[in-house]
Design a binder for this molecule. Structure first.
Ligand code: ATP
Ligand code: MG
Length: 452
């Protein structure tokens, strides 16, 4: 009981962080760069229809933040005084989702506008129906947050000050409750309220801090930064499926390598990829991860797609190498050792982040094909090339080659083999020497022993 009272008290203190100015500031149209042309038609439609129906409605979050920074928003979020049911009733093309946070998705072709109802602060509220709608675990983890409130309360429940800026399409003002505009100008990320409390409520906010810091090239303000390392292990309480989604967001925002560095710096990689971190600490190199992330970043810049299974194949590669080698050292033959290692690494990873089957299958195939790619004699190369995952495995091979992991020239060989015609292929295969010795099954050695 006393514990509960204490927690409640500390939450209240957190909510009233004295160092934080909570003064509403309205920035008129001629003092900011958010124009209607920078907002998508679907987002405008949602705002107008909600307003017309008598509700308050604002653009909020990344949509406002990214336009203010002269960037192009990834998507648009709307905050409104309408309840989820009221929003749903207004838009035939909408669906209610979520339990922890009930929100409405309004669908326009491929574009989804996420509409949330202003959230209130149930800690000030002792009535039972409210506490039923806002639940925290004994660690302070927010399990449910469906208490509705005013726009100002809504601003204070958001994560970073730069994410709590509202754009009003009626008078074109930007409304700032938490000093977000100043923080945008100073290029810094600052949590609203007491950082430790806010991270305990939702440890994923630590990952969001890293994601925005890398994406926007912002500094994390000292008080926001301070508790991260100590609280990083709290991420292990987050459902694995949510962490899988967050990992994808972290590494597909176009700044994967910077994100990776920050995750390491703040001890946040371990809760996401425990086996990888263990392998790296034991001396496994991470050059392949870096190369893969650099590749991913380049692909995103070129507007190309990035597949989750390729990303996970790279992130778990050091863990796989360590496990595979351990098994070979224990006397298991190379091929079964690989299969066992794959099963083990995936089995453990899904406890941390989950990997949906549609991704773990192809990831396995990419790994397995790495053993087949050096073996090209006879019909092998042609058979390998017909494998549905050949292309991804070949890309992976190129990344490994860039990371200095495979015999130089193997990637180039495959590049030429794909480009040439039938006669060219025959020639390439005959140059390999059909009757020559089989490729050596080389055992992998720890990086330190490579030159020995
Ligand atoms: P982007 O969409 O570019 O990744 P975003 O800031 O819009 O960035 P979303 O995940 O779309 O991020 O969330 C929209 C808004 O909802 C955020 O800007 C923030 O105000 C609020 N929000 C999202 N997640 C949290 C969270 N875990 N805690 C508090 N507020 C959050
Ligand atoms: Mg968004």
């Amino acid at each position: 009981m006393l514990k509960k009272v204490k927690q409640r008290f500390s939450r209240l203190l957190g909510g009233n962080n004295k160092t934080q100015k909570l003064v509403r500031r309205d920035i008129p149209r001629d003092e900011h760069n958010v124009s209607r042309t920078s907002i998508s038609d679907p987002a405008k439609k949602v705002l107008h229809r909600l307003n017309k129906a008598g509700f308050e409605a604002y653009l909020v979050g990344g949509g406002v933040r990214d336009i203010l920074l002269d960037g192009k928003p990834k998507d648009f979020d709307v905050a409104t005084s309408a309840t989820p049911e009221e929003v749903h009733a207004l838009f035939r093309n909408s669906r209610l989702i979520g339990r922890r946070f009930r929100i409405v998705h309004v669908l326009f072709g491929r574009e989804v506008i996420e509409v949330t109802t202003f959230r209130g602060n149930a800690t000030d509220n002792t009535d039972d129906s409210a506490s039923d709608q806002r639940k925290t675990s004994e660690h302070g983890l927010l399990l449910r947050d469906n208490v509705y409130g005013s726009m100002e309360e809504d601003a204070l429940r958001r994560d970073f000050t730069i994410n709590a800026l509202y754009y009003c399409i009626r008078d074109f003002t930007v409304i700032d409750f938490a000093g977000g505009v100043d923080d945008l100008n100073n290029r810094q990320l600052r949590l609203i309220g007491d950082p430790e409390t806010r991270y305990r409520e939702d440890p994923v906010r630590m990952l969001r801090a890293i994601r925005f810091a890398a994406k926007l090239d912002f500094a994390i303000e000292p008080a926001t930064e301070a508790p991260i390392r100590e609280l990083a292990p709290l991420l292990t309480h987050i459902p694995a499926a949510r962490l899988f989604d967050e990992v994808l967001k972290l590494f597909t925002a176009g700044h994967g390598e910077a994100t990776y560095d920050l995750l390491q710096r703040y001890d946040l990689l371990a809760p996401l990829f425990p086996d990888t971190v263990r392998a790296l600490n034991a001396g496994e190199p991470d050059e392949l991860i870096r190369q893969a992330l650099r590749n991913t970043d380049a692909r995103i810049r070129q507007g190309k797609s990035v597949t989750p299974y390729f990303l996970f194949a790279a992130m778990l590669w050091p863990a796989l190498q360590a496990e595979w080698r351990k098994r070979q050292d224990q006397g298991e033959p190379i091929q079964p050792a690989l299969h066992q290692a794959i099963a083990k690494v995936i089995g453990r990873q899904i406890q941390a982040t989950s990997i949906p089957k549609r991704f773990s299958g192809p990831m396995k195939e990419i790994w397995e094909l790495q053993m087949r790619l050096p073996r090209r004699q006879g019909k092998r190369a042609l058979t390998t090339m017909e494998h549905p995952r050949f292309r991804a495995a070949y890309d992976f091979l190129l990344v490994r080659e860039n990371a200095g992991e495979v015999e130089p020239g193997l990637g180039q060989w495959w590049t030429e083999f794909q480009a040439t015609d039938e006669r060219g292929r025959e020639r390439m295969l005959s140059q390999l020497g059909n009757s020559g010795p089989k490729p050596k099954r080389r055992r992998r050695r720890p990086p330190g022993n490579r030159t020995a």
